[in-house]
Design a protein. Structure first.
Length: 136
């Protein structure tokens, strides 16, 4: 729903990395490392990477819109938001990240996080364009 709306504002792409197969014999760290490799292979060197992480910074919708605006005008080619796997991110992904953002202290499914994140990105663009979507 919000993905289609976002295409009105920006070149928006939602990419989902498939779940790992045969994880029964892998430890949590091994799973994070395997997922981390898949994530890192999708990134470009010039990407500004923000992890959606429970230990990240909490922002209001207005602050998030300001962040989007600041990153947009800085000449970034791509602003990338990443949702971690069931055990979080590998240390390599944490090292590659430019920032961490928390949507909530609560834990949500990937589907819910995708919905919340895309809605907040959409909301940010409506705020930046003074469109009647966000209300204080």
């Amino acid at each position: 729903m919000y993905v289609d709306r976002l295409k009105h504002y920006i070149n928006f792409e939602l990419e989902i990395i498939p779940d790992l197969k045969k994880t029964k014999n892998l430890s949590e760290d091994q799973q994070k490392n395997e997922e981390g490799k898949l994530i890192l292979n999708k990134l470009e060197k010039s990407d500004f990477v923000t992890l959606l992480d429970e230990r990240g910074k909490k922002l209001s919708s207005l602050q998030f819109a300001e962040l989007i605006n600041k990153r947009s005008v800085s000449g970034l080619k791509r602003l990338v938001f990443i949702i971690g796997g069931p055990y979080g991110f590998s240390s390599d992904v944490y090292q590659r990240a430019n920032s961490k953002l928390s949507l909530s202290d609560m834990t949500f499914s990937h589907q819910m996080v995708r919905l919340f994140a895309t809605e907040q990105i959409y909301r940010a663009f409506t705020i930046l364009r003074n469109e009647p979507y966000h209300h204080e």
